[in-house]
Design a protein around this ligand. Structure first.
Ligand code: SF4
Length: 287
């Protein structure tokens, strides 16, 4: 390992993506996690996730993001969300906004909580071609509008997936709805959007692992959810989170990801960086 790798990985982790499920109502053509209705919640139990949240808070993590799949489909989602709030963490919920239960809306109103989603077009048919569910446009659009009406901070990533996609029209529609944080990005060749058998690190934004990390449904830890094609830096089911975040394997992974000039730690709620799925495109659900 080089000294550069060590220095990079030692950037304190303050943001964790918690990918709590692989299940989703949608099956988007570019999904980084290849999620869908038959996806499962992995091997992490609710108690395992509660322990991760506790460890994260004790380590100085300031924000977690619940992502998937569709995180609200996890049977213990509200329990996990409540625990993160109770531990003093800021929480971002990355949802497709297909169906939001009232108990979830109640929690989204908490000042510590923000919302993120993905959107593809002002045209319902075109949006549905990406999500593979024709009715998804109306549902997501209506829930974006509801979030704005309720004053819930919401960030929307418009991901350019199709040739000739009405991306700018989608942006203008979102602006008309009152959304203030809109980011447009291209899809990344990861997961269902992969164009080669083995994705490469050039698909990543370059900030992966710098102040952030991701934990998957089976406990694997990666620099970010998009870098899941790399070997895991460790597994929280067998290793304390601190040892993984401060260990040599994560440092080595971060080192092999090309950096953009001036790449610094992600600030999910304070800048418009494209370091997460919604904004980088592979999910279409983070940041
Ligand atoms: S991109 Fe997001 S909304 Fe689409 S299938 Fe994947 S997890 Fe679900």
């Amino acid at each position: 390992m080089t000294s550069t790798a060590t220095a990079t990985a030692l950037v304190k982790t303050t943001f964790l993506e918690l990918e709590i499920t692989g299940r989703c109502q949608l099956a988007c053509t570019h999904c980084y996690a290849q999620s869908g209705p038959t996806g499962d919640h992995g091997t992490m139990t609710a108690d395992d996730w509660l322990s991760v949240i506790d460890q994260a808070a004790d380590l100085g993590v300031t924000e977690v993001q619940f992502i998937g799949g569709e995180p609200t489909l996890h049977p213990d989602f509200t329990k996990l969300l409540d625990h993160a709030i109770d531990r003093g963490l800021r929480v971002q919920v990355f949802s497709n906004l297909i169906h939001v239960r009232e108990e979830v809306w109640d929690r989204l109103r908490c000042p510590a909580v923000s919302l993120a989603t993905s959107y593809y077009s002002d045209c319902a048919d075109e949006h549905g071609r990406v999500t593979r569910r024709p009715a998804s446009h109306t549902r997501t659009r209506n829930n974006i509008a509801r979030a704005v009406t309720l004053g819930i901070p919401i960030k929307v990533g418009v991901i350019d997936v199709l040739d000739g996609q009405r991306v700018e029209e989608a942006r203008r529609e979102l602006e008309a709805l009152g959304v203030q944080r809109i980011h447009i990005d291209r899809q990344r060749g990861v997961g269902r959007a992969a164009t080669t058998a083995a994705p490469t690190v050039t698909e990543l934004c370059g900030r992966c692992g710098i102040g952030r990390a991701a934990i998957g449904p089976d406990g694997q830890v990666w620099p970010c959810v998009l870098s899941r094609f790399l070997p895991a830096a460790g597994n929280v089911l067998t290793t304390p989170l601190r040892n993984i975040l401060e260990g040599p394997r994560l440092a080595a992974l971060v080192e092999q990801i090309p950096k953009r000039p001036g790449a610094t730690a992600c600030k999910p709620n304070s800048d418009g960086s494209d370091c997460s799925p919604a904004e980088t495109t592979a999910c279409n659900p983070a940041y």
